[in-house]
Design a protein around this ligand. Structure first.
Ligand code: GH3
Ligand code: MG
Ligand code: MG
Length: 386
């Protein structure tokens, strides 16, 4: 029972945590009105209960990282009930929001990200059923855990509330201990859902990420690039693609070892990322190959970006124990053409052909696709990219 034990409460402040019904009953008796359920809904609400002498801060559970406070909305047109329940919920370590009508409750939902709603049914303006109906229809809060707390106790009411999306139904007068227990059940469900969502987000992120470099991987790049290609093609927006490949990377591995090669890949990735704009989509396409999709960017401007990337990579110095060294990169650039019907695959092939030319012309350079870069057998057997 703890510090706010029943005997202490009843003696000093009429605030027994274990039985809300008992408190209302006592108060109702004091002001000479009906006892029990009806007392809660009487038009003249009982006078506010005396506050406990001081809040027992040491009794409030301190939330740990994984037990962060939840956001709980208490909806009731009876101020006394709102305040008593609010005290109890705060005591459980949660953040509390209040509303006196269904309409106010909807407003709180718009303003805050709420986890649990304790919902009265009979309220002026908009009742609890209507609130549930709107929440269900809007589909914006699928994870909201609604616990109805109502004096309406027929089977029809309970079924109606649950069918309208509430997860639990508690009839008034209720015991505070039971409400607390039901909030705890809600808390477990809410936390479980949150953890599941975080796991899902992590899995999705991992599926899109290249583990070594932290850049997007080829799969994600192709998915996003396909969307962007369709948009650009449909609305005649410029869209460019840069294909980059580290020069003679095999030699880096051979000379400095595969592990150091990994380090080079990571640093090159960060450099490329730093020299891209925030809405450019950059990915590790494979091995030592990188792609950058440049939205709303024409061929000439994409060549400028590629040149900037080339210079940035060349400026890097790697400090291996055997001595410092540099790496260079070659780039091919292509743009969605408004004349010919293309595809993302065609765009990738064009950038790849331009990259091939850059390799062929001596590496550490940027080449743009001009349409005349046919790969002849002579070129293909030459020093082109692998
Ligand atoms: P070019 O200038 O023609 O591109 O020559 P290159 O040596 O860079 O090209 P090649 O395709 O012959 O070799 C690519 C090398 O990249 C071979 C491969 O082992 C290495 N590589 C690919 N992925 C990784 C990786 O994740 N880590 C490391 N360290 N090396 C990788
Ligand atoms: Mg290479
Ligand atoms: Mg390669």
């Amino acid at each position: 029972m703890g510090r706010w034990g029943k005997s202490v409460e009843l003696r000093h402040c009429h605030f027994p945590l274990d039985s809300f019904a008992l408190t209302v009953k006592d108060e109702a008796q004091q002001i000479g009105s009906t006892v029990g359920t009806m007392a809660i809904k009487q038009p003249v609400s009982p006078p506010p209960l005396p506050q406990p002498p001081s809040q027992p801060l040491q009794d409030v559970p301190s939330p740990s990282a994984e037990k962060a406070p939840l956001d709980v909305l208490i909806v009731d047109d009876d101020q006394t009930i709102r305040e008593m329940v609010a005290r109890m919920v705060r005591g459980m370590g949660h953040a509390v929001y209040l509303a006196a009508t269904g309409r106010e409750a909807l407003q709180r939902l718009q303003e805050h990200t709420l986890d649990i709603v304790l919902l009265d049914i009979m309220m002026p303006e908009m009742d609890g059923f209507e609130f549930c109906r709107i929440v269900q229809a809007e589909k914006k809060w699928p994870d909201l855990h609604i616990i109805i707390t109502s004096a309406r106790d027929t089977l029809e009411d309970k079924v109606k509330g649950l069918e309208l999306g509430a997860t639990d139904y508690l009839t008034k007068p209720f015991s505070m201990t039971e409400l607390k227990a039901r909030i705890r059940v809600g808390e477990r469900i809410v936390r479980y859902r949150k953890a599941l969502k975080e796991q899902q987000a992590l899995l999705e992120y991992m599926a899109r990420e290249d583990k070594l470099t932290g850049l997007y991987n080829r799969r994600h790049f192709e998915e996003r690039a396909q969307e962007e290609w369709l948009r650009a093609h449909r609305y005649y927006h410029p869209l460019s693609l840069v294909f980059g490949d580290i020069d003679h990377f095999k030699k880096v591995n051979d000379r400095y070892g595969h592990a150091y090669g990994d380090k080079v890949l990571k640093e090159v990735s960060q450099t490329l990322l730093q020299h891209c704009r925030s809405n450019d989509l950059i990915a590790r396409y494979g091995g030592e190959e990188f792609t950058v999709l440049l939205l709303e960017t024409r061929l000439e401007d994409a060549c400028v970006v590629a040149e900037r990337l080339r210079a940035a990579v060349k400026a890097l110095t790697f400090t291996h124990p055997s001595g410092p060294f540099q790496v260079t990169m070659s780039f091919g650039v292509a743009c969605v053409s408004s004349e010919e019907p293309q595809s993302l695959t065609a765009l990738l092939e064009e950038a790849d052909k331009a990259l091939y030319m850059a390799k062929h012309k001596g590496r550490n350079r940027v080449e743009q696709y001009t349409g005349s870069q046919l790969i002849t057998p002579a070129l293909a057997s030459g020093t082109g990219k692998a």
